[in-house]
Design a protein around this ligand. Sequence first.
Ligand code: KIV
Length: 271
Amino acid sequence: MSTYKDEKRITTHVLQEMKMRGEKISMLTAYDYSMAKIFDAAKIDVLLVGDSASNVMHGHETTLPITLDEMISHASSVIRAVARALVVVDLPFGSYQGNSKEALVSSIRIMKEAEAHAVKLEGGAEVVESVKRILTAGIPVMGHLGLTPQSIYKFGTYEVRAKEEVEAEKLLSDAQLLEEAGCFAIVLEKIPALLAKRVSENIKIPVIGIGAGPFVDGQVLVSHDMLGINKDFSPKFLRRYLNLFDEIKVAVEQYVSDVKSKDFPNEKEQY
Ligand code: KIV
């Protein structure tokens, strides 16, 4: 495992430099050791231990049920695999909202127990106090605006956010508040591309988009969606690079058939 003395390690400062020289930042979600090892070998810049683990790893309908203990468990598996990427961990629902002291305690647990590099939380003005308090412990914080899945029951749908001027202006001002509070980067989820461009041009910290168009400083996707493990989710913004659901299914069907037909194991596959 490399350390922070190691030049090839991606840090929050490296991301800032990437924005300044116009180099796009690549980010994917990861939840376990084996996948994280592959993504790190492929030179992904940032791995997000997203609370989307609630959906794709635990089978919940929303991101709300996943616990802090579960997030820490995923995060420590990812951290053990990674030599290069910056690992950011989502603060799960209920571990920071409305209570900056709890936000700090939850973040310290993530950094201490999982040995993560940074935390991410959802929201704008309403979480600024928490961002500032987490930063007092020297913990880097990533913001998340636009479609914030932990507020799904407030929004009512997973539709594109901030299409209307009032919400767009609030998002822009929230991004500025998060920057002033000390966030090192912001994720913008499912908002119009031109609004994301405005945000990215108006703040100095990197803006990483998911369904937020090309005019931002980097892109993030949920790995299970881009690899086609989860094939029931096909929003317009998603580019699928593999169809692993079908490929794994074919392989497992072949294995079942080989076992049933007594083709497996053959003479070479035994002692
Ligand atoms: O939890 C997650 O996967 C996320 C991404 C959608 C950015 O927050």
